[in-house]
Design a binder for this molecule. Structure first.
Ligand code: PDD
Length: 281
């Protein structure tokens, strides 16, 4: 596949970055994952805006304007063959001549984008729902930033995989935060619940779409803090992300969620989401 590295498009096998890159040495960088349907990037403005927000928060001078980012992303999409793609974008604080925690005097960010075929959950998985486990959220207090320092998320996702599960649902101080690589929605008594955006979770683009669709279609929904106990006694649980879309979770820590089958509200939301992604961009 064709990637983009610091101003050039080239086969990913020919791309290389210095081992002195701070992305490699410190996990010092920002990233985005942008879904592409029928060669059209979904919610591109929102992804580019979130990237700018992360870069500003980590004091990494943004090397490109929003328009330039859009052009680079479209450049990667058009050079790859797949109709549906998952575009990965990363900006690191670049290389220095020595290892030093403090920023280099002159920052030359490393910009890397690649594309993979977008594989959304297969129908069988959607019909059955997926299994999740829970864990204490031991990440830092800036989970609102999409940084490449994902060791905690990797450990937490592997914790699920080790138990044959898809996702780990995270609780901090007795409250739901999100998944290891997804946002979490809860349905109780027909009402869609999800935690408010804060420094404790990533402001998901899919999360925003789901809340917009709930409002547009008049589905009861509430954004508020959610107790662990409410999650454990939910009628429905969903995980949402750019690659998983809206995916029902039907077991948590080995116990069924609701009746153990994907629920009606989630099925409705999935249908709205499919409709939306295929029309509005
Ligand atoms: N992950 N929370 C976390 C911790 C995430 O890593 C992600 C996405 C989300 C959902 O965000 P969005 O709806 O904008 O994709 C929530 C991406 C897909 C990844 O790291 O691969």
């Amino acid at each position: 596949s064709i990637c983009y590295l610091n101003g050039r498009f080239l086969p990913v096998g020919e791309a290389s970055v210095s081992p002195m890159d701070r992305g490699f040495l410190f996990g010092d960088g920002a990233y985005e994952v942008i879904p592409v349907y029928s060669r059209r990037p979904f919610r591109l403005d929102e992804h580019v805006a979130r990237l700018a927000n992360t870069l500003a928060a980590i004091r990494l001078p943004d090397p490109h304007s929003a328009e330039q980012w859009q052009a680079i992303i479209r450049g990667v999409i058009e050079r790859n063959e797949w109709e549906d793609q998952s575009v990965y974008l990363q900006v690191s604080r670049g290389a220095d001549d020595k290892r030093n925690h403090a920023f280099p005097k002159v920052m030359r960010p490393t910009v890397f984008l690649m594309s993979e075929p977008l594989v959304t959950p297969p129908e069988a998985q959607r019909q059955a729902g997926v299994a999740a486990v829970s864990a204490a959220d031991f990440r830092w207090l800036r989970c609102d930033l999409k940084t490449v320092a994902l060791l905690a998320n990797c450990l937490l996702r592997q914790h699920a995989v080790d138990q044959g599960c898809m996702e780990t649902i995270l609780f901090r101080d007795g409250f739901l935060t999100e998944g290891a690589a997804s946002n979490i929605f809860v349905v109780r008594d027909g009402v869609i619940l999800t935690p408010p955006k804060s420094h404790l979770m990533l402001p998901g683009i899919t999360y925003d779409v789901v809340l917009e669709l709930a409002a547009r279609h008049g589905l009861a929904h509430e954004v508020r803090e959610i107790l662990e106990d409410e999650v454990r006694h939910a009628d429905e649980l969903w995980m949402t992300s750019s690659t998983k879309e809206v995916l029902p979770i039907t077991t948590l820590d080995g116990r069924p969620v609701g009746d153990g089958k994907p629920g009606p509200v989630g099925q409705q939301m999935h249908a709205f989401y499919q409709d939306f992604k295929n029309t509005v961009m």
